[in-house]
Design a protein around this ligand. Structure first.
Ligand SMILES: [Zn+2]
Ligand SMILES: [Zn+2]
Length: 361
């Protein structure tokens, strides 16, 4: 039996290829992909063409197709179990893994030890989710998902996990806090839900004029205020809403632009926390260190998701208290992966994508 998978071959170049079904041993498994979430970083990877010769996709859900006895015992799953797979493939023994900070695993760097980024020349090639099947290495971290959870919702476990980690666990958001989320893509929207779950008192979200449909969803997810940054000053609006106190927590998840980092330092409250989780295209040109000092601001970076945040995300999905389906805009056949990337990248006229998943044809 052969397995179809998408391969990134170069700049804006992907193609469907066939691979041999891998042999499964005592301590590994094969996942039959049900859906594979398309991440903003898949779009960046497509545009840059790097890394090439990989099967993209690091946010898949699926069922265990075949599994060795050791893996079955360790993971506590059997053939047919429905699972969500974590992106990282941590070594388990380096300093960071021992500390539980496995998103910083030193084994070979995060780009290598992660699904979606490993070269197809490394056997058994099936290291990515944009495929019919994915190989499950012994280092895989997985989470059970309930059989009756709609696939379109379950496949959002990764962005929701990011929201939980960045807007709740990392800043320690508590009851009554004022939280500002800068950016309203899938992770910004997920951060709104996480802030609400954490007990935030006031949740404020920003977006561009073109993002109005996303801000509308943010309000349905529980945001109290949404700010269109094309027409309104974020700094003035947050000062007014918070009675001049500023926000206890600011979560910065905009992609590319550096100006929101400056805004975050302006709008965060004294002794508040700024979480920087958006990838920038360059360095922040002006940085007001005096303001960080005088307000005693905590600035904390956040990369990826951790085990407990994934579990919390799945709990939120299965709880059914939020209209998550509003965020999942497209389910696209695997063979049309390129179209999915263009929609997510905003390059298809008349189509507005937020969360998109691929389904094997
Ligand atoms: Zn991702
Ligand atoms: Zn490690």
């Amino acid at each position: 039996m052969s397995v179809k998978a998408i391969v990134q071959t170069g700049v804006r170049a992907i193609e469907m290829r066939e691979f041999e079904r891998p042999a499964i041993h005592d301590d590994d498994a094969l996942l039959r992909i049900e859906q594979s979430g398309v991440c903003g970083s898949d779009w960046s990877q497509f545009k840059m063409g790097a890394p090439a010769n990989v099967i993209p996709g690091h946010e898949p859900i699926g069922t265990i197709e075949e599994i060795g006895p050791l893996a079955a015992a360790r993971w506590g799953v059997e053939v047919g179990a429905r699972v969500a797979i974590e992106t990282m493939l941590p070594c388990g023994f380096c300093r960071h893994c021992i500390r539980g900070q496995y998103n910083h695993c030193r084994a070979s760097g995060p780009m290598i030890h992660a699904y979606g980024y490993r070269n197809i020349d490394e056997a058994p090639s099936l290291w990515g989710g944009h495929a019919e099947y994915m190989y499950l290495d012994p280092h895989t971290l997985l989470h059970r998902i309930a059989p009756d959870t709609p696939a379109e919702l379950a496949v959002m476990f990764n962005p929701l996990g990011a929201g939980v980690r960045w807007a709740h666990r990392v800043p320690g958001t508590g009851i009554g806090d004022t939280v500002v989320v800068l950016g309203c893509g899938q992770r910004g929207l997920a951060a709104v839900i996480a802030a609400r779950e954490a007990g935030a008192g006031t949740v404020i979200v920003t977006g561009l004029a073109a993002d109005e449909f996303k801000l509308e969803i943010a309000r349905k997810f529980g945001a109290d205020h949404t700010i269109n940054v094309d027409t309104t000053s974020v700094i003035d609006a947050v000062q007014e809403i918070s009675d001049g106190e500023g926000a206890d927590v600011v979560v910065e998840v905009t992609s590319g632009a550096t100006a929101p980092v400056g805004d975050a330092i302006e709008i965060v409250a004294r002794r508040g926390t700024v979480v920087l989780a958006g990838l920038k295209y360059g360095k922040v040109p002006e940085f007001d260190a005096n303001k960080v000092m005088s307000k005693e601001i905590r600035i904390q970076g956040a990369l990826a998701v951790d085990y407990d945040s994934y579990e919390a995300a799945i709990h939120i999905i299965e709880g059914g208290r939020y209209p998550l389906e509003l965020m999942h805009t497209h389910t696209i056949p695997l063979s049309e992966c390129e179209r999915a990337l263009h929609v997510l990248g905003g390059e298809v006229e008349g189509e507005q994508g937020i969360h998109i998943s691929l389904v094997p044809d």
